[in-house]
Design a protein. Sequence first.
Length: 115
Amino acid sequence: MKQLRFALLRHGVTAWNTEKRIQGRTDISIRPETADWYRQHRLPAKWANVPWFSSPLSRTRETADALGIRTVATEPAFIEMDWGTWEGEKLSDLRARMGEDLRDNVPLAPAQESA
């Protein structure tokens, strides 16, 4: 039986992550200190020669570069969710504006994709 190894690697921290902003498809780079931290680390050797795929957003490529992952294929299907006009917003601000509408279920933002 052939063994299949699979792992998910999330992109590094962006300014919007630290500010708790909804990021989605907005192309925000990782923070310089995040890239520096990743450059001091490496993935285990058994992961060095496996196929890697990323979303087309720069933060995913920057994370791979900082970790020394050189061959990464861009896969458009891996792009983050489109949050429409909510991108750049803080969830706490949306809750303050929308109140109970966000308590049990998150309605779609204007121009947001549906799942």
